[in-house]
Design a protein around this ligand. Structure first.
Ligand SMILES: CC(=O)N[C@H]1[C@@H](OP(=O)(O)OP(=O)(O)OC[C@H]2O[C@@H](n3ccc(=O)[nH]c3=O)[C@H](O)[C@@H]2O)O[C@H](CO)[C@@H](O)[C@@H]1O[C@H](C)C(=O)N[C@@H](C)C(=O)N[C@H](CCC(=O)O)C(=O)O
Ligand SMILES: Nc1ncnc2c1ncn2[C@@H]1O[C@H](COP(=O)(O)OP(=O)(O)OP(=O)(O)O)[C@@H](O)[C@H]1O
Length: 486
């Protein structure tokens, strides 16, 4: 694409009308620039991308977009906000991939990955060429791509979407974090439909208030198109749905609930091993392989999204028995020796939903509770309170300490723990897992929360491999007097 064409898209006069280089790609990271690329300078939280413009040019960048004029040997486009411009430019450069497929957004504090995955699987099991961009990576057909964030930055996102559209994908589910909305990562994406899961306490180290956090999420619904078939899917049981709806007053609205007495367009009621789905005067019962009323809510949101395609409800529900939760969500460790679950709960509400589900059983429940370092400390005491309410025994530890003192994290969690709750603390997560394995072998039900699918521990500036399932299985083997697996 010619630079002048990009300039026209941005309705922006280039400073150098004579030179009109051919742009072969777009980069926001000077370290990744190759000859022919357009470099976009982003002001970050750590450094200012404008400082790397010269470096990008020396690596072959043929044009630069910045927020102020730069003294460079290549054409320089100046815009007010490069983060938002990046999405607009990338969409045009990649031939508007979100116009070539239907994009389904999922936002909310908890349940985004689960809802996005269930939506993806409902399409996949129906035989549709579907894609997904989520916390656990991007996938389409037999391709899997690693993504650095839940929602990748705009240029990367459009690049991934273009790869999918070029490969014939017709429907793609994109998990949209509130950070993504604030940072302009979905700028230029046309959403066919979007679903809201819920809004509870999280990320108050980034958003200044719950109100700002809600409004960040709500902007996704503004971005949903208003043409036929497009819709927003809202949780009738969450009051924040009103805020989401207020941002998209003219969009078709599909409400969902998980209780028969909460009126909604879709009701999904979970009873142990089955769900009853009610929609459009149809009532269909289906067996399910997952637990928890909160997962019925995730399923309802997923059905809502898929129902905006031309798939019929009966055909959608026919695939419900084949659905499983993503890795690390109420995932039972693969062993006959013990009952251990791994769960990604890392917010007070997520923890409560997870523990209230696992508490329903005969066995004593032991919770391995933790919080991450350098991340929203205001939720720790509440998580401690919830864990002590639902557990018979607590093992308090840390994960991803980054630069924080583990003792400080543990003290934050203990602040909420009830004085009657028995607990032990471990500053090393591996020691906490060993203790949990011992408890499991005496017949207790264990749940290890915090990391879920994540196989890396972030310590200082380093990322160290840390596979919780393997560690637990090794510990169980050692405790049973067998050799650990290699
Ligand atoms: C707060 C935040 O959103 N940070 C994101 C941001 O990092 P940053 O602002 O520190 O970037 P920076 O290092 O200052 O760099 C600024 C610019 O200079 C460029 N640069 C930098 C160095 C260099 O040599 N050359 C160069 O060109 C960078 O490529 C960048 O364009 O831009 C990076 C590149 O896109 C992101 O990876 C990074 O996400 C970090 C890893 C992060 O932890 N983000 C979290 C808070 C986040 O976004 N989380 C949500 C999920 C939340 C949830 O639902 O749980 C998510 O969507 O993942
Ligand atoms: N609908 C829900 N309501 C409350 N808690 C939930 C819900 N769905 C899942 N959870 C809890 O939240 C945890 C994370 O689930 P999931 O990964 O689907 O959420 P997420 O919004 O994608 O999280 P993140 O954005 O941090 O990746 C689960 O392990 C579970 O404990």
């Amino acid at each position: 694409m010619r630079t002048k064409r990009l300039s026209a898209i941005l309705e922006n006069e280039m400073d150098d009308i004579e030179r009109d280089p051919w742009v072969t790609g777009i980069e926001t990271d000077s370290r990744k620039v190759s000859p022919g690329n357009l470099f976009i300078c982003i002001r970050g939280y750590t450094v200012d991308g404008h400082e790397f413009a010269e470096d990008a040019v020396s690596k072959g960048a043929v044009a630069v977009i910045s927020e102020y004029p730069l003294d460079l040997e290549v054409p320089n486009l100046v815009v007010a906000d490069t983060k938002r411009t990046a999405g607009v430019v990338a969409s045009a450069f990649y031939d508007h991939p979100s116009h070539r497929m239907r994009i389904y957004g999922v936002t909310g504090t908890n349940g985004k990955t689960t809802t996005a995955t269930l939506t993806y699987d409902l399409f996949r099991l129906s035989g549709r060429p579907v894609g997904i961009v989520s916390t656990i990576g991007a996938r389409y057909k037999d391709q899997t791509l690693k993504t650095p964030n839940t929602t990748p930055e705009a240029v990367v996102l459009h690049r991934i979407l273009a790869e999918m559209a070029d490969a014939g994908v017709t429907d793609c589910v994109v998990e949209v974090s509130s950070h993504a909305m604030m940072e302009g990562r979905v700028e230029g994406v046309r959403f066919h439909a979007a679903a809201f899961t819920n809004l509870t306490h999280d990320h108050l180290d980034y958003h200044r208030s719950m109100d700002e956090y809600a409004r960040a999420k709500a902007r996704l619904f503004e971005q949903v198109e208003t043409t036929d078939g497009d819709a927003i899917i809202l949780n009738a049981e969450d009051p924040a749905s009103k805020t989401m709806a207020a941002f998209a007053p003219t969009r078709r609205r599909i409400m969902y609930s998980t209780h028969a007495d909460v009126p909604a367009d879709i009701q999904v009621i979970w009873h142990d091993q089955t769900v009853v789905v009610k929609m459009n005067a149809l009532t269909i019962e289906a067996p399910v392989r997952f637990m928890g009323a909160f997962n019925a809510a995730n399923l309802a949101a997923a059905i809502g999204l898929v129902s905006t395609s031309e798939l019929m409800l009966r055909a959608i529900i026919a695939n419900v028995p084949g659905l499983t939760l993503p890795k690390g969500r109420l995932e039972r460790l693969d062993t006959e020796d013990a009952e251990i679950y791994l769960d990604y709960a890392h917010t007070p509400d997520g923890l409560e939903k997870c523990l209230s589900t696992l508490q329903q059983g005969e066995r004593e429940l032991v919770v391995v509770l933790s919080a991450a370092g350098d991340r929203d400390p205001t939720k720790r005491a509440e998580m401690g309170r919830i864990a002590s309410r639902y557990s018979d025994d607590l093992i308090v530890t840390v994960h991803d300490v980054r630069t924080e003192d583990p003792r400080h994290i543990i003290d934050g969690l203990l602040e909420g723990v009830d004085s009657n709750t028995h607990y032990v603390t471990f500053e090393e997560r591996r020691d906490a897992l060993r203790h949990a394995a011992q408890q499991a072998l005496v017949g207790k039900r264990i749940v290890v929360v915090g990391k879920g699918h994540d196989h890396v521990e972030r310590v200082g500036q380093e990322s160290i491999p840390f596979n919780e399932s393997d560690i637990l299985l090794d510990e169980l083997k050692k405790l049973k007097g067998q050799e650990p697996a290699v």
